[in-house]
Design a protein around this ligand. Sequence first.
Ligand code: HEC
Length: 171
Amino acid sequence: MNRDQKFFDMYSLVIGVLAIIALVIFVGVMKLSDLTQGVYTADTTEYQAAVADRIRPLGQVYMPGEEAAAGDPVVSQAPATEPVATVLSGPQVYNEACIACHGSGVGGAPVISDPAAWETRIAQGTDTLYQHAIEGYTGQFGYMPPKGARLDLSDDEVKGAVDFMVSEAGN
Ligand code: HEC
């Protein structure tokens, strides 16, 4: 056997072994990917769905009038909020803002339960009573502050309190 022949034999052997190793690695990797990523073999619907989910846009734009697609989290009804009583009734306003003076006659205020004290006042007409209660008024008995010094009250709330006082005074 000459030296060339010997080299050629060795060379073929090494190439052959390397080819076998490469084949083993290739087959092994194929098997491994089958085991670990079976679902993600291309062309299955699961695979398509997984890709579509990964590349879907973060948000979507709906033009006015367009319906949001089904499945989106849409709040169909806003949670009912407790109605807040913003307008006080006549008696409520009286109890909060007027009773301090008109309950007992402080500072010359006509007492709510004293019809005689109200007779001439009511004779002036309701509009005058409203005006004096809202804008304030100084008469011969004392000083009635505007809105009973509760300027946060609306005109209508004060009028309600006047109506209540007038009705309590016996008319
Ligand atoms: C700080 C005390 C005080 C408070 C608070 C007060 N009043 Fe008076 N009010 C008076 C006095 C004093 C008079 C009488 C003034 C006079 O005739 O000399 C009066 C008179 C009135 C009159 C009669 C006005 C007229 O033309 O004769 C009305 C109506 C009235 N008050 C409504 C109210 C209402 C409504 C409230 C609450 C929102 C209220 N008052 C709170 C002191 C008060």
